[in-house]
Design a protein around this ligand. Structure first.
Ligand code: GDP
Length: 306
């Protein structure tokens, strides 16, 4: 039996992996080991001796915080990744998967985003420190593969949503923020205010799908180049809001606040690699994933991350 260590396990994908109940898995989080500290990280990996590592831990944050603290995001993420991959190598881990996000791609990029474009230009200035630190996961994995034959792979998921997300009212991502705000507006008999024009397009992936793909990639994917995790279907924010409102049986009006930012208009990604590698993989339809997320939120509110 192989032992799998999951770092950053307190987040949304960590919870989804727990539900899949992988054999002999160890779930850890920042309270247990400080991955910015190499001595502590090395000692922890030597004690656990994982065969496989799912490296989810990262310092993440919204746009506002990223602009002000680009040095913090760079330093912490570089240390977390450098230490984790090195400790995994020294402890003899046979496979490791780490996570980036589509926001680390060059800006402007060529659409659809492909794995090959990752280093083709600087990232958007708003997340400069975070993006460069994350890109180094790919560089470190590749260099370790070349010198030490490490089977370290990297994935790039598109916008993830699902149970156990951060449901902050204003600082969170669109799906959890909307679910939370719609719940409060319904309770108070108010209208629901949504940011922007509703025109931007996004690709959403359910955390359960990310977790299932992660375990498959650990078993079956071993290429030097990253792999994008995306259902490959864009949906407009307007259509998304319609589904959320419908799922929650929201009875009042939706107001579009065009003073709030739309963000990037679209950032479609090419999911042909995933279709080639896992042709039988079935993504959860958005409506079904949203129903699951709303049900989880309603069951757990107010004990949700926010
Ligand atoms: P990102 O733009 O891909 O990083 O993801 P977000 O989840 O932050 O936002 C996606 C889109 O949803 C943007 O066009 C936002 O303008 C729109 N949006 C609408 N309402 C909200 C909201 O309450 N919160 C956020 N974050 N975005 C919203």
């Amino acid at each position: 039996m192989s032992k799998t260590l999951v770092t950053g396990a307190a987040g949304m994908v960590g919870h989804a992996l727990r539900q899949l109940n992988p054999d002999d898995a160890v779930f850890t989080n920042r309270g247990e080991v400080d991955l910015t500290d190499f001595a502590a990280t090395r000692a922890y990996f030597q004690a656990v001796k994982p065969d496989r590592v799912v490296h989810l831990a990262a310092l993440t944050g919204g746009l506002g915080s990223q602009i002000i603290h680009s040095g913090e995001y760079f330093r912490n993420n570089i240390l977390i990744n450098l230490n984790t991959l090195e400790a995994a190598r020294l402890a003899g881990a046979k496979k490791l998967i780490s996570f980036m996000s589509t926001c680390v791609f060059p800006d402007p990029a060529e659409y659809p985003l492909t794995e090959a474009q990752l280093h083709a230009g600087p990232p958007h200035p708003s997340n400069f420190g975070y993006a460069y630190a994350k890109r180094m996961l790919d560089v470190q994995s590749s260099a370790y593969r070349k010198e030490w034959g490490c089977h370290f792979i990297v994935t790039i998921p598109t916008n993830i949503y699902g149970p156990n997300d951060d449901f902050s009212l204003n600082g969170g991502h669109v799906i959890p923020s909307l679910i939370h705000r719609a719940c409060l507006a319904k309770k108070n008999g108010e209208d629901l205010t949504v940011w922007g024009s509703g025109k931007p397009l996004r690709e959403f992936i359910l955390s359960d799908d990310v977790a299932r793909l992660t375990l498959r990639a650990l078993d079956e994917y071993d290429e030097d180049e990253p792999i994008i995790f995306s259902p490959g279907e864009e949906i407009s924010i307007r259509e998304l809001v319609e589904i959320v409102v419908d799922t929650m049986k929201f009875p009042n009006k939706v107001i579009w606040d065009t003073d709030k930012p739309d963000g990037q208009f679209r950032k479609p990604s090419d999911n042909s690699k995933i279709r080639r590698c896992f042709p039988d993989f079935k993504f959860t339809p958005l409506r079904e994933g949203l129903a699951k997320t709303v049900a989880w939120f309603e069951e757990n509110y107010p004990n949700v991350r926010q």
